[in-house]
Design a protein around this ligand. Structure first.
Ligand code: SAH
Length: 353
């Protein structure tokens, strides 16, 4: 057994490991409790495990990644840059908000790839292309680092998870599913599926595959445009997928899971933020049972040649959508000072190293 690959294993896989080491199968349940529910990374503290197993676990660090910077915006956003075992840098974010009932809403935003192959023009994650997929363990290790921040701040465990960090989650489908299985399971991290949101650039086949997995994850689709010509200009992968196909796949996702789908729309000044766009967007989503749109004013990325929308146009756009019966949420600009837009912190770190 390579101890460093334990995180990310399902209960059954942990069982196989402990049995192979000569321990009773029930030990796996205790191990999962320490690893996932308590996020304990010091085997010496796993007091109910057999001594031999503790010794084995202590042979090398349980976590393969380390935090290299922690930047607290002071306005509820803490961004971590994490170095993986091979030097690759990824990032994850903790967001603190007040929930509807006054209790804290603590959301982790996690990455699934180092870099990204999708090449969206407004996004910093794709600037250097895709470096590699993250393993299930690497995806999950981000929660250990975020948990340290929560503990330092005296905050409870996460209430929500959004897979909206670096990378295209559905492009790393199998590793994503393995990680989310552990994240969601009772024997795992125990985060309810309805509290987990997967955000995708819109890969129709993969959206349908996700729907068929039997989980009730929330789906967010990065639409960002109202015509194929416009979308292909912003999102190169649209050549192969097309708007209509994506919206159909989203409708299928809703039919199969009964989970509402959210459409993300990054407003880019002079590109997709006109009154005509708002009208077209409402029309595109007309047949959707309940259309939720998250408007994200673009966070300018150096060298993209694209600019943020004016405050006026954000307001007009959201007003027009609401008038058309769309459920609109404008994402507050947060964490700009800590470069919380996707991939920006990592890009700065990679470019300065
Ligand atoms: N690959 C996934 C996750 C990406 S990040 C996806 O495409 O959904 C989550 C959201 O942030 C996406 O909607 C993405 O398009 C958006 N985004 C990326 N860079 C941005 C920027 N500079 N300003 C505003 N939104 C951005």
């Amino acid at each position: 057994m390579s101890v460093s690959s334990l995180i990310g294993l399902t209960l059954q896989q942990l069982r196989d490991e402990v049995v192979a080491l000569g321990h009773k199968p029930f030990v796996a349940k205790q191990l999962a409790q320490w690893l996932y529910q308590r996020r304990e990374t010091d085997p010496a503290r796993m007091t109910n495990l057999p001594r031999e197993l503790r010794k084995k676990l202590a042979e090398q660090p349980l976590l393969t990644s380390t935090v290299i910077t922690t930047e607290d915006s002071g306005e509820g956003t803490t961004k971590l840059a994490v170095r993986l075992h091979d030097g690759t840098i990824i990032e994850c974010v903790l967001m603190e908000e007040d929930g509807e009932d006054g209790s804290p809403r603590l959301t982790a935003c996690i990455s699934t790839q180092a870099g990204c192959a999708m090449g969206c023009r407004f996004c910093a994650s794709g600037v250097l292309g895709l470096k590699r997929h993250l393993s299930p363990g690497e995806i999950l290790e981000q929660f250990y680092h975020i948990d340290q921040v929560l503990k330092r701040k005296g905050l409870p465990w996460l209430t929500n998870v959004v897979v909206m960090g670096m990378g295209e989650p559905l492009h790393n489908f199998d590793n994503l599913m393995q990680a989310l299985t552990v994240l969601n399971a009772d024997w795992g991290f125990g985060v309810g599926a309805r509290r987990i949101t997967v955000s995708t650039v819109g890969l129709p086949d993969k959206i349908r595959e996700l729907a068929s997995q039997g989980f009730q994850f929330n789906l967010a689709i990065s639409l960002h445009a109202t015509s194929d010509e416009q979308r292909t200009r912003l999102i190169p992968t649209n050549v192969a997928t097309g708007l209509k196909n994506i919206i159909d796949a989203a409708a299928d996702y809703f039919r199969q899971t009964r989970r509402e789908v959210t459409f993300e729309y990054t407003l880019v000044g002079g590109e997709n933020d006109s009154a005509a766009d708002a009208g077209r967007l409402a029309a595109l989503l007309r047949d959707f049972p309940r259309a939720n749109v998250n408007l994200i004013p673009m966070n300018p990325v150096e060298g993209s040649g694209l600019k943020a929308p004016g405050t006026e146009s954000v307001e007009e756009f959201s007003r027009a959508l609401r008038a058309a019966g769309v459920n609109v949420h404008v994402r507050r600009k947060r964490g700009r000072s800590v470069q919380a837009a996707c991939g920006q912190l990592r890009l700065r770190l990679e470019q300065s190293s």
